[in-house]
Design a protein around this ligand. Sequence first.
Ligand code: RIB
Ligand code: CA
Length: 332
Amino acid sequence: MAKKIILDVDTGSDDAVAIMLAALHPDIDLLGVCAVNGNLPLKNTLENTLRVIELVGVQNKVPVAKGCARPMVKDLLPGREHNPYTKPYKIDENGNYIGYHHPYFDLPESVTKPVKENFITWYIDTIKNCPEKVTLVPVGPLTNIGMLLRADPTVLDNVEEIVIMGGGHAESNHSAAGEFNIWADPEAAEIVMQSGAKITLVPLDCTHKVSRVSRSDFGRFKEIGNPVSDFILQLLEDRIAGYKAIQPGAMEDDESAALHDVLCVAYCIDPSVLDNLLTTRVDVDFSGGFADGKTVIDTRHNRDLPDNCTVAFGGDREKFLDILLDACKNYR
Ligand code: RIB
Ligand code: CA
Protein backbone atom coordinates (compact mmCIF):
# COMPACT_ATOMS: atom_id res chain seq x y z
CA MET A 1 0.00 0.00 0.00
CA ALA A 2 1.45 3.40 -0.98
CA LYS A 3 2.40 5.67 1.91
CA LYS A 4 0.12 8.73 2.25
CA ILE A 5 2.22 11.88 2.51
CA ILE A 6 1.80 15.66 2.46
CA LEU A 7 4.85 17.70 1.43
CA ASP A 8 5.38 21.19 2.91
CA VAL A 9 7.83 23.04 0.68
CA ASP A 10 9.69 26.30 0.04
CA THR A 11 10.27 25.46 -3.65
CA GLY A 12 13.42 25.88 -4.17
CA SER A 13 15.49 23.60 -6.32
CA ASP A 14 15.80 20.60 -4.00
CA ASP A 15 12.14 20.93 -2.97
CA ALA A 16 11.26 20.62 -6.67
CA VAL A 17 13.08 17.30 -6.94
CA ALA A 18 11.38 16.09 -3.74
CA ILE A 19 7.97 16.92 -5.26
CA MET A 20 8.82 15.08 -8.49
CA LEU A 21 10.07 12.00 -6.62
CA ALA A 22 6.92 11.90 -4.48
CA ALA A 23 4.65 12.38 -7.49
CA LEU A 24 6.36 9.73 -9.63
CA HIS A 25 7.11 6.93 -7.17
CA PRO A 26 4.48 4.16 -6.92
CA ASP A 27 5.13 3.66 -3.20
CA ILE A 28 4.01 7.23 -2.41
CA ASP A 29 0.46 8.59 -2.50
CA LEU A 30 1.06 12.36 -2.54
CA LEU A 31 -2.10 13.76 -0.94
CA GLY A 32 -1.02 17.35 -1.55
CA VAL A 33 1.70 19.97 -1.34
CA CYS A 34 1.65 23.14 0.78
CA ALA A 35 3.97 26.07 -0.01
CA VAL A 36 5.63 28.24 2.63
CA ASN A 37 7.88 31.29 2.68
CA GLY A 38 11.50 30.23 2.89
CA ASN A 39 14.14 29.94 0.17
CA LEU A 40 12.09 32.54 -1.69
CA PRO A 41 9.01 34.64 -0.88
CA LEU A 42 5.71 32.71 -0.82
CA LYS A 43 4.66 34.14 -4.21
CA ASN A 44 7.72 32.45 -5.74
CA THR A 45 7.60 29.19 -3.77
CA LEU A 46 3.90 28.75 -4.61
CA GLU A 47 4.37 29.48 -8.33
CA ASN A 48 7.44 27.24 -8.53
CA THR A 49 5.50 24.44 -6.82
CA LEU A 50 2.64 24.78 -9.31
CA ARG A 51 5.08 24.77 -12.25
CA VAL A 52 6.70 21.54 -11.03
CA ILE A 53 3.35 19.85 -10.41
CA GLU A 54 2.39 20.74 -14.00
CA LEU A 55 5.75 19.55 -15.38
CA VAL A 56 5.10 16.11 -13.87
CA GLY A 57 1.48 16.24 -15.07
CA VAL A 58 -0.26 15.62 -11.73
CA GLN A 59 -2.08 18.97 -11.43
CA ASN A 60 -5.47 17.20 -11.55
CA LYS A 61 -4.44 14.72 -8.86
CA VAL A 62 -2.26 16.59 -6.37
CA PRO A 63 -3.73 19.75 -4.80
CA VAL A 64 -1.45 22.66 -3.87
CA ALA A 65 -2.19 24.89 -0.87
CA LYS A 66 -0.86 28.36 -0.10
CA GLY A 67 0.68 28.55 3.37
CA CYS A 68 2.34 31.29 5.41
CA ALA A 69 4.14 34.24 3.87
CA ARG A 70 6.08 35.08 7.06
CA PRO A 71 7.56 33.23 10.04
CA MET A 72 5.42 33.02 13.20
CA VAL A 73 7.28 35.68 15.22
CA LYS A 74 10.94 35.76 14.16
CA ASP A 75 10.73 38.80 11.88
CA LEU A 76 8.96 40.97 14.47
CA LEU A 77 12.28 41.86 16.11
CA PRO A 78 14.75 43.29 13.58
CA GLY A 79 18.34 42.23 14.20
CA ARG A 80 17.13 39.52 16.54
CA GLU A 81 20.02 37.18 16.03
CA HIS A 82 23.57 38.40 16.47
CA ASN A 83 25.15 36.05 13.95
CA PRO A 84 25.57 37.37 10.47
CA TYR A 85 24.16 34.87 8.01
CA THR A 86 25.06 33.72 4.53
CA LYS A 87 22.88 34.99 1.68
CA PRO A 88 21.86 31.99 -0.50
CA TYR A 89 22.94 33.76 -3.72
CA LYS A 90 25.59 36.02 -5.22
CA ILE A 91 25.57 38.36 -8.24
CA ASP A 92 28.75 37.79 -10.26
CA GLU A 93 30.87 40.42 -12.03
CA ASN A 94 28.62 40.13 -15.09
CA GLY A 95 25.47 40.69 -13.06
CA ASN A 96 24.46 37.01 -13.21
CA TYR A 97 22.49 35.47 -10.32
CA ILE A 98 24.46 32.58 -8.84
CA GLY A 99 22.52 30.59 -6.27
CA TYR A 100 20.70 27.43 -5.31
CA HIS A 101 17.20 28.83 -5.91
CA HIS A 102 16.47 31.10 -8.86
CA PRO A 103 13.36 33.28 -8.30
CA TYR A 104 11.30 31.32 -10.85
CA PHE A 105 11.98 28.01 -12.57
CA ASP A 106 12.59 28.09 -16.32
CA LEU A 107 9.25 26.31 -16.84
CA PRO A 108 5.94 27.55 -18.33
CA GLU A 109 3.96 29.91 -16.10
CA SER A 110 1.43 27.89 -14.11
CA VAL A 111 -2.25 27.74 -15.06
CA THR A 112 -3.32 25.65 -12.07
CA LYS A 113 -4.72 27.50 -9.06
CA PRO A 114 -4.03 26.59 -5.43
CA VAL A 115 -6.91 25.22 -3.34
CA LYS A 116 -9.41 27.89 -2.25
CA GLU A 117 -9.50 26.89 1.44
CA ASN A 118 -7.18 28.41 3.99
CA PHE A 119 -4.19 26.05 4.26
CA ILE A 120 -5.00 25.19 7.89
CA THR A 121 -8.51 24.03 6.93
CA TRP A 122 -7.03 22.16 3.99
CA TYR A 123 -4.48 20.39 6.20
CA ILE A 124 -7.08 19.48 8.86
CA ASP A 125 -9.58 18.14 6.30
CA THR A 126 -6.93 16.27 4.28
CA ILE A 127 -5.43 14.61 7.36
CA LYS A 128 -8.68 13.83 9.21
CA ASN A 129 -10.51 12.56 6.12
CA CYS A 130 -7.71 10.18 5.11
CA PRO A 131 -8.65 6.53 5.84
CA GLU A 132 -4.99 5.82 6.73
CA LYS A 133 -2.49 7.69 8.85
CA VAL A 134 -0.68 10.50 7.00
CA THR A 135 3.05 11.25 7.05
CA LEU A 136 3.88 14.97 7.04
CA VAL A 137 7.13 15.81 5.21
CA PRO A 138 8.11 19.45 5.85
CA VAL A 139 11.24 20.37 3.88
CA GLY A 140 11.19 24.14 4.38
CA PRO A 141 10.69 26.35 7.43
CA LEU A 142 8.15 24.76 9.82
CA THR A 143 5.83 27.77 9.94
CA ASN A 144 2.84 25.99 8.36
CA ILE A 145 3.19 22.90 10.56
CA GLY A 146 3.66 25.01 13.70
CA MET A 147 0.54 27.02 12.90
CA LEU A 148 -1.42 23.82 12.12
CA LEU A 149 -0.45 22.24 15.47
CA ARG A 150 -1.44 25.39 17.34
CA ALA A 151 -4.78 25.54 15.49
CA ASP A 152 -5.74 21.87 15.91
CA PRO A 153 -3.31 19.52 17.67
CA THR A 154 -5.84 16.67 17.32
CA VAL A 155 -4.70 16.24 13.72
CA LEU A 156 -1.84 14.23 15.24
CA ASP A 157 -4.34 11.41 15.96
CA ASN A 158 -4.13 10.62 12.23
CA VAL A 159 -0.48 11.54 11.65
CA GLU A 160 1.90 8.58 11.34
CA GLU A 161 5.14 10.58 11.53
CA ILE A 162 6.64 13.97 10.76
CA VAL A 163 9.78 13.63 8.61
CA ILE A 164 11.70 16.91 8.73
CA MET A 165 14.58 18.08 6.57
CA GLY A 166 16.34 20.49 8.89
CA GLY A 167 18.83 21.20 11.59
CA GLY A 168 22.41 20.23 12.09
CA HIS A 169 24.59 18.83 14.85
CA ALA A 170 28.20 19.23 13.74
CA GLU A 171 27.18 21.00 10.52
CA SER A 172 25.35 24.21 9.66
CA ASN A 173 24.79 26.42 6.63
CA HIS A 174 22.80 29.64 7.01
CA SER A 175 24.54 30.91 10.13
CA ALA A 176 27.21 29.47 12.40
CA ALA A 177 24.39 27.95 14.47
CA GLY A 178 21.35 27.60 12.22
CA GLU A 179 20.52 25.32 9.29
CA PHE A 180 18.23 27.39 7.06
CA ASN A 181 14.84 25.68 7.58
CA ILE A 182 15.12 25.77 11.37
CA TRP A 183 16.86 29.18 11.46
CA ALA A 184 14.05 30.74 9.38
CA ASP A 185 11.37 29.95 12.01
CA PRO A 186 12.84 28.57 15.26
CA GLU A 187 9.64 28.99 17.29
CA ALA A 188 7.62 26.96 14.77
CA ALA A 189 10.31 24.28 14.82
CA GLU A 190 10.21 24.05 18.62
CA ILE A 191 6.40 23.82 18.60
CA VAL A 192 6.79 20.77 16.35
CA MET A 193 9.56 19.30 18.52
CA GLN A 194 7.37 19.58 21.62
CA SER A 195 4.18 18.36 19.89
CA GLY A 196 4.44 14.70 20.94
CA ALA A 197 4.37 13.55 17.29
CA LYS A 198 6.70 10.77 16.10
CA ILE A 199 9.49 12.81 14.49
CA THR A 200 12.37 11.81 12.23
CA LEU A 201 14.87 14.62 11.70
CA VAL A 202 17.17 14.51 8.64
CA PRO A 203 19.87 17.14 9.35
CA LEU A 204 22.73 18.50 7.24
CA ASP A 205 25.11 15.99 8.90
CA CYS A 206 23.14 13.39 6.92
CA THR A 207 22.00 15.19 3.77
CA HIS A 208 25.45 16.57 2.89
CA LYS A 209 26.69 12.99 2.53
CA VAL A 210 23.72 10.85 1.57
CA SER A 211 21.83 13.20 -0.79
CA ARG A 212 24.97 14.42 -2.56
CA VAL A 213 24.81 14.10 -6.36
CA SER A 214 28.05 14.49 -8.29
CA ARG A 215 28.67 15.55 -11.90
CA SER A 216 30.03 12.01 -12.33
CA ASP A 217 26.43 10.79 -11.73
CA PHE A 218 25.01 12.99 -14.49
CA GLY A 219 25.36 10.28 -17.16
CA ARG A 220 22.71 8.17 -15.41
CA PHE A 221 20.24 11.07 -15.65
CA LYS A 222 21.19 11.74 -19.28
CA GLU A 223 20.49 8.09 -20.14
CA ILE A 224 16.87 8.61 -19.03
CA GLY A 225 16.63 11.80 -21.09
CA ASN A 226 13.08 12.87 -20.27
CA PRO A 227 11.78 16.30 -19.12
CA VAL A 228 12.05 15.31 -15.43
CA SER A 229 15.62 13.99 -15.57
CA ASP A 230 16.63 16.94 -17.77
CA PHE A 231 15.09 19.42 -15.30
CA ILE A 232 16.90 17.74 -12.40
CA LEU A 233 20.21 18.19 -14.25
CA GLN A 234 19.41 21.91 -14.73
CA LEU A 235 18.68 22.24 -11.01
CA LEU A 236 21.88 20.37 -10.13
CA GLU A 237 23.93 22.76 -12.29
CA ASP A 238 22.44 25.69 -10.32
CA ARG A 239 23.11 23.94 -7.04
CA ILE A 240 26.71 23.03 -7.87
CA ALA A 241 27.33 26.66 -8.88
CA GLY A 242 25.68 27.75 -5.64
CA TYR A 243 27.85 25.51 -3.50
CA LYS A 244 31.02 26.67 -5.26
CA ALA A 245 30.13 30.34 -4.79
CA ILE A 246 28.54 30.23 -1.34
CA GLN A 247 29.56 27.06 0.54
CA PRO A 248 32.94 25.98 -0.90
CA GLY A 249 34.19 22.89 0.91
CA ALA A 250 30.76 21.77 2.14
CA MET A 251 30.67 18.91 -0.40
CA GLU A 252 33.07 15.95 -0.61
CA ASP A 253 33.91 17.07 -4.14
CA ASP A 254 33.23 20.54 -5.49
CA GLU A 255 31.49 19.19 -8.61
CA SER A 256 28.53 18.00 -6.54
CA ALA A 257 25.53 19.28 -4.61
CA ALA A 258 23.22 17.99 -1.88
CA LEU A 259 19.54 17.40 -2.70
CA HIS A 260 18.57 17.69 0.97
CA ASP A 261 14.75 17.55 0.72
CA VAL A 262 14.70 14.59 -1.64
CA LEU A 263 16.25 12.36 1.04
CA CYS A 264 13.15 12.77 3.24
CA VAL A 265 10.93 11.44 0.46
CA ALA A 266 13.41 8.63 -0.27
CA TYR A 267 13.18 7.68 3.44
CA CYS A 268 9.37 7.50 3.12
CA ILE A 269 9.89 5.12 0.18
CA ASP A 270 12.62 2.98 1.77
CA PRO A 271 13.55 3.73 5.40
CA SER A 272 16.78 1.72 4.98
CA VAL A 273 18.18 4.64 2.93
CA LEU A 274 18.96 6.23 6.33
CA ASP A 275 21.10 4.71 9.07
CA ASN A 276 23.11 5.69 12.13
CA LEU A 277 19.83 6.70 13.79
CA LEU A 278 19.79 8.24 17.27
CA THR A 279 16.57 8.53 19.26
CA THR A 280 17.08 11.33 21.75
CA ARG A 281 15.96 14.78 22.86
CA VAL A 282 16.04 17.62 20.35
CA ASP A 283 15.07 21.22 21.03
CA VAL A 284 15.46 24.38 19.01
CA ASP A 285 17.04 27.51 20.43
CA PHE A 286 14.90 30.60 19.83
CA SER A 287 16.60 32.88 22.34
CA GLY A 288 17.79 35.25 19.62
CA GLY A 289 21.41 34.96 20.56
CA PHE A 290 24.35 33.44 18.76
CA ALA A 291 22.66 30.01 18.84
CA ASP A 292 19.35 31.26 17.43
CA GLY A 293 17.85 28.49 15.27
CA LYS A 294 20.26 25.81 16.49
CA THR A 295 18.93 22.25 16.85
CA VAL A 296 20.18 21.21 20.28
CA ILE A 297 20.60 17.44 19.82
CA ASP A 298 21.26 15.87 23.25
CA THR A 299 23.95 13.18 22.82
CA ARG A 300 24.25 12.46 26.58
CA HIS A 301 23.04 9.19 28.11
CA ASN A 302 21.76 11.03 31.22
CA ARG A 303 19.15 13.17 29.50
CA ASP A 304 16.93 15.48 31.56
CA LEU A 305 13.99 15.73 29.16
CA PRO A 306 12.00 12.91 27.49
CA ASP A 307 13.17 11.81 24.03
CA ASN A 308 11.12 13.37 21.23
CA CYS A 309 12.93 12.68 17.97
CA THR A 310 14.95 10.19 15.95
CA VAL A 311 17.88 11.87 14.20
CA ALA A 312 19.52 10.31 11.12
CA PHE A 313 23.26 10.84 10.85
CA GLY A 314 24.00 8.51 7.92
CA GLY A 315 22.61 6.55 5.03
CA ASP A 316 23.23 4.91 1.67
CA ARG A 317 23.97 7.40 -1.15
CA GLU A 318 23.86 4.78 -3.89
CA LYS A 319 20.45 3.56 -2.69
CA PHE A 320 19.24 7.19 -2.60
CA LEU A 321 20.39 7.76 -6.18
CA ASP A 322 18.79 4.52 -7.41
CA ILE A 323 15.44 5.50 -5.83
CA LEU A 324 15.51 8.91 -7.55
CA LEU A 325 16.64 7.59 -10.94
CA ASP A 326 14.08 4.77 -10.95
CA ALA A 327 11.28 7.25 -10.21
CA CYS A 328 12.40 9.54 -13.06
CA LYS A 329 11.81 6.64 -15.48
CA ASN A 330 8.09 6.64 -14.49
CA TYR A 331 7.51 10.01 -16.17
CA ARG A 332 4.90 9.75 -18.93
O1 RIB B 1 19.30 23.85 4.60
C1 RIB B 1 18.75 23.16 3.51
C2 RIB B 1 17.28 23.43 3.42
O2 RIB B 1 17.07 24.83 3.24
C3 RIB B 1 16.60 22.76 2.21
O3 RIB B 1 15.27 22.45 2.54
C4 RIB B 1 16.63 23.84 1.16
O4 RIB B 1 15.55 23.70 0.22
C5 RIB B 1 16.42 25.05 2.00
O5 RIB B 1 15.02 25.19 2.24
CA1 CA C 1 13.46 23.27 1.14
